[in-house]
Ligand binder design. Structure first.
Ligand SMILES: C[S@@+](CC[C@H](N)C(=O)[O-])C[C@H]1O[C@@H](n2cnc3c(N)ncnc32)[C@H](O)[C@@H]1O
Length: 218
């Protein structure tokens, strides 16, 4: 009965219905991989980075706990007065921002970004020198392989006394998203890396969230 209902759906509707099943732990990756080539924004799913995050965008509002959202929004409140660049903003920015993300679908759902730029954090950022008062990267740095390129780029686009705030989850991230994780550095390692790139770093930890406040001091 369910199968014949799915056969009657167009590929995009069937793909979305499959994503819901995936969310509930059903083994539907083979079915979704077969449908993906017929869905313009999902081609190459789940291996293709953009397609993977496009698919995540549809259920993104359910994937981060409200308690964490509220805590991060409160911490970032101090940045509200200047122009903020939200790197890997996904479908949710915590303060009004220029949003930058590899996934057009994530950007479509993001209501806090007044400007949206599709791009890859593994490459040079398409912004002017010293353009932003602050930059944020929330639950993003663990997905970046080429952080040795990204961190100098963040410094370049930040104003001289600008601040970069990175947030990472200090617990187990779910298996599905972990497949795209490319580094698993902890608190001490990130502090060292950020300091090596010329940031003065202050760390705080709340409800399993690690906050790195990085001051552009060179
Ligand atoms: C775990 S989500 C976090 C989204 C958002 N910051 C939040 O707190 O809800 C990671 C985001 O990083 C983006 N992302 C991952 N790799 C990227 C890359 N190489 N370039 C640009 N964005 C990337 C994904 O598309 C996704 O929106």
């Amino acid at each position: 009965m369910i199968k014949s209902f799915e056969k009657s759906l167009d590929p995009e509707a069937a793909f979305l219905s499959g994503l819901l099943d995936l969310q509930y732990g059903l083994k539907v990756t083979d079915k979704l991989s077969r449908l993906a080539p017929h869905v313009s924004w999902a081609k190459g799913w789940p291996h293709n980075l953009q397609a993977f995050w496009n698919a995540e965008a549809f259920m993104w509002s359910r994937k981060i706990e409200k308690q964490h959202r509220d805590l991060i929004a409160k911490e970032l409140g101090i940045l509200k007065t200047g122009k903020n660049l939200d790197l890997g903003c996904g479908a949710y920015s915590y303060i009004p921002s220029v949003g930058f993300d590899v996934s057009p679908k994530m950007l479509d759902f993001n209501e806090q970004c007044y400007a949206k730029v599709i791009g890859d954090l593994e490459k040079k950022l398409p912004f002017k020198n010293q353009e932003f008062a602050s930059a944020t990267a929330i639950f993003v740095l663990n997905y970046i392989l080429n952080y040795q390129l990204l961190l100098p780029e963040i410094k370049r686009v930040l104003a001289p006394k600008g601040i970069f705030v990175a947030v990472l989850y200090n617990g187990e991230i779910n298996d599905w998203q972990r497949q795209k994780e490319v580094n698993t550095f902890g608190k001490k390692e990130w502090k060292k890396i950020l300091e090596e790139h010329g940031f003065k770093v202050k760390i705080s930890e709340k409800a399993k969230l690690l906050f790195f406040h990085c001051f552009n001091c060179s």
